[in-house]
Design a protein around this ligand. Structure first.
Ligand SMILES: Nc1ncnc2c1ncn2[C@@H]1O[C@H](COP(=O)(O)OP(=O)(O)OP(=O)(O)O)[C@@H](O)[C@H]1O
Length: 234
């Protein structure tokens, strides 16, 4: 198997400082590998730890135990032990993340926001802007909005800009947190197409899809994230 991502024996608990230091154990002994061209859907009840696992893979949450190995160029990097600079480098070149919410940068026009991850991966400005236009067109974001900062855009418009940012750079490993939530049928279909195209180009994809039809369409398999005894107790 041409693995791109290996999660090995990962554990995570949260300490709730505002509630007397209660320890909330969420994940224990989680192992998962994802190969190039494969899409794995994280499945499990609400509160089971799907988003927590995704944030750990992105390096937002530290692991209590275990390793999160990502193939970064010719090397393997363990994000559980990597320093912040290395995590930033892995995100710039290897690891894309479509979160549910767009982090808006004040005053920066939509077109630039979408083009930025491609430029950060070394794509020339003109080509990056071209790709951004194509993606915004495919995702039906009206051209009159492209020169405006997206702060005041609707939830669905912001989500499509987030999707465009996630897909423009052709990351080898992609994390998708509910990429079709709050989209209409036509845009939902486009996002599923983009996921299929990324897989065909060799991306390893990990997704959370509450939309069961979307999951069936793009995921090659599901990975059950099981809530630990005690999780959700607080
Ligand atoms: N930063 C945090 N601090 C404390 N507890 C947290 C934190 N993040 C998540 N949790 C807890 O961890 C558990 C798992 O949450 P998580 O968001 O990963 O679940 P999920 O499977 O993604 O749920 P859903 O399907 O509802 O989005 C929950 O009980 C949640 O309260």
């Amino acid at each position: 198997m041409n693995d791109m991502l290996r999660v090995e024996n990962v554990a995570k608990s949260f300490t709730l400082h505002l509630q007397g230091g209660i320890e909330l154990a969420v994940l224990e002994n989680v192992s998962l590998s994802v190969s190039a061209g494969e899409c794995v859907a994280l499945a499990g009840d609400s509160g089971s730890g799907k988003s927590t696992l995704m944030r750990m893979i992105y390096g937002n949450y530290r692991c209590d135990e275990g390793a999160i190995r990502v193939r970064h160029g010719d090397a393997w990097v363990d994000l559980a032990k990597a320093d912040p600079w290395t995590i930033t480098e892995v995100r710039r070149r290897t690891l894309g993340y479509v979160s549910q919410f767009l982090r808006v940068i004040p005053r920066v026009p939509t077109l630039e926001i979408v083009a930025e991850p491609a430029m950060a991966r070394g794509v020339g400005r003109d080509e990056a802007l071209d790709r951004a236009r194509q993606l915004l067109e495919r995702l039906r974001v009206p051209e009159r909005l492209w020169s405006l900062p997206p702060a005041t855009f609707s939830g669905g418009e912001q989500q499509r800009i987030n999707v465009a940012r996630g897909f423009i750079a052709r990351f080898p490993v992609m994390l998708l947190d509910e990429p079709t939530a709050s989209l209409d049928a036509a845009n939902r279909a486009t996002v599923l197409e983009l996921i299929e195209e990324a897989k065909s180009a060799g991306a390893a994809v990990v997704g959370i899809f509450h939309d069961a039809d979307a999951r069936t369409q793009v995921a090659d398999r599901s990975f059950a994230v099981a809530a630990r005894a005690g999780a959700g107790a607080a």
